[in-house]
Every structure is written in structure tokens, then in C-alpha cells.
Ligand binder design. Structure first.
Ligand code: ADP
Length: 260
């Protein structure tokens, strides 16, 4: 991947970081953070890259829980935050810096100020890739982030539902507006496989994200089913690519890591 992919963006290039990938969704609760976590860990473990994970979801930072991060980042001699390493990924969360209840009313400039601190005020070291868990939505805040952090690419997460796909389309437009290449659409909660009879139920409809990707001439990155272990792993701080590295689901995340 090359940073020159996005030459028109106003540069906020961070020393030592080769590529920045944003994981975005049109709305909350579709599995954006789950994707960011499993993608980051796959990039580190499977692709053997030096990976950072920045939780920029000011409305509900969930990376500390999902990555089992304890305590606050320590400061280096030059007063930069030292990321907390977990599963081979260097993590920083906006949750360690601000009070969620306060941040929820922040507008773009405030968010950008906090994010500048969370990017350039961090001793990331040398990174092949920094994965950003974006705030959900496609408003000014998300546009500011996309524009100023010189993203190498954006990945969109959506459920198969029509309403979610409508939001996903807005996400695609948002990245296009600021010349950020779209890496593709990953469908989450695609189906539920009954553990007793093995039958798949397409609870939110079938094939929606694939069709949207095709219509928009984007890569379709795969389907992640609704799976109890994804949810329990999130709550316990053990991503599924760690607890079940050989599962079909981990394979899909691995393929996404290899594709982006
Ligand atoms: P977002 O970042 O889009 O708000 P999250 O990744 O935080 O969404 O996911 C919301 C909740 O849904 C979390 O509790 C997470 O564990 C759960 N979840 C996400 N994807 C799946 C899935 N494929 N199967 C089961 N639970 C999931």
C-alpha cells in the first residue's frame, strides 16, 4: 500500500506510519469496532505487520474492552503516550483521553484536536499500518478525520439490511468526496447458523452488501455471520481471530487483511 494513493488530502502525515486504514460504518451497532479489532489482529498475526489500532469512536469507545486493555497509556520522556500492546497490536483509545459523556456533544474541531493528540501525540514507533475505528456515521466529524489524517483507504462495514446499506452508500460517498480510496464493503451479521440443525437463517436479508458493492463497483470483502462467540469474545477481550484462529470466520478476517 502506498500513501501516495491519496495525494489530494490535506496532509497530517504521522512520522513512522506507512499506511492508515479507516474502518467506518453509516451507523452504530453494525460491527465496525469488531471488524477493526479482528482486522488489526489479523494484520499483525497473519500478515506479520507492525500494526497500531486507534479507537476514534468518541460516541462509544469499545477497543479497551475488546482488546482487553488495562489502565492508561504511560508517557514517554518526550511526553508522548505509549500505546498499550495487546495481541501484537499497539492500541490507543479516545476513551483513555476523554469522558465519553462529554465527547458526545463535541463538534468536528474538538474531535480533530483530540485526534491529533491521539495520532501525533503518541509514540507509535514504526508502523506498517494504523487501523482507525471511526466514529459511526458520515457527518462533518467523519469527513474531517478522513480528510486530515491522510488515509490510505477506507473499509465500510454494513449489515445486509436495506437501511444499513443506505447508510453504507453514504459512507462510500463520504470517502469519495475527500478522495480516500474505498477498500471494499464487509458484510457483518450476514446470517445465523443454527448450532443444532446447521441451517443458515438470513435474519437481516440475504446478499444485500454484495449487491450494493457490485452496483457501486466496489470490492465485496466477505460475509461474517452472527455468531455468539464474536459477541462473547468482544465482551471478554479475546477477538475471535485469537480464540478460534482456524474458524471460517477468522479465515474471512484473514482474507480481508490480505486484500487491504
Ligand atoms: P459498532 O462499532 O458498529 O458500533 P460493535 O463492533 O461494537 O459495533 O458491535 C456491537 C455489538 O454487536 C458488540 O457487542 C459486538 O460484540 C456484537 N457483534 C458485532 N458483530 C457480531 C457478530 N457478527 N456476531 C455476534 N455479535 C456481533
Amino acid at each position: 500500500m502506498q500513501n501516495s494513493r491519496n495525494p489530494k488530502s490535506q496532509s497530517l502525515k504521522i512520522e513512522g506510519i506507512k499506511d492508515i486504514i479507516a474502518v467506518a460504518s453509516g451507523k452504530g451497532g453494525v460491527g465496525k469496532s469488531t471488524t477493526a479489532v479482528n482486522l488489526a489482529v489479523s494484520l499483525a498475526k497473519r500478515c506479520q505487520l507492525k500494526v497500531g489500532l486507534l479507537d476514534a469512536d468518541i460516541y462509544g469507545p469499545s477497543i479497551p474492552l475488546m482488546m482487553h486493555l488495562k489502565g492508561k497509556p504511560e508517557l514517554s520522556n518526550d511526553r508522548k503516550m505509549i500505546p498499550i500492546e495487546s495481541y501484537g497490536v499497539r492500541c490507543i483509545s479516545i476513551g483513555s483521553l476523554v469522558d465519553e459523556r462529554e465527547a458526545i456533544v463535541w463538534r468536528g474541531p474538538m474531535v480533530m484536536k483530540a485526534l491529533e493528540q491521539l495520532t501525533r501525540g503518541v509514540d507509535w514507533g514504526i508502523l506498517d499500518v494504523l487501523v482507525i475505528d471511526m466514529p459511526p456515521g458520515t457527518g462533518d466529524t467523519q469527513i474531517s478525520i478522513s480528510q486530515r489524517l491522510q488515509l490510505s483507504g477506507g473499509l465500510i462495514v454494513s449489515t445486509p439490511q436495506d437501511v444499513a446499506l443506505l447508510d453504507a452508500r453514504r459512507g462510500v460517498k463520504m470517502f469519495s468526496k475527500v478522495n480516500v480510496p474505498i477498500l471494499g464493503i464487509l458484510e457483518n451479521m450476514s446470517y445465523f447458523k443454527c448450532p443444532k440443525c446447521n441451517e443458515s437463517s438470513y435474519i437481516f436479508g440475504q446478499g444485500g452488501a454484495r449487491k450494493t458493492a457490485e452496483e457501486m463497483d466496489l470490492k465485496f470483502l466477505g460475509e461474517i455471520p452472527l455468531e455468539m462467540e464474536i459477541r462473547s469474545g468482544s465482551d471478554e477481550g479475546v477477538p475471535i481471530v485469537i480464540s478460534k484462529p482456524d474458524s471460517v470466520i477468522s479465515q474471512v478476517y484473514g482474507n480481508v487483511a490480505e486484500k487491504v
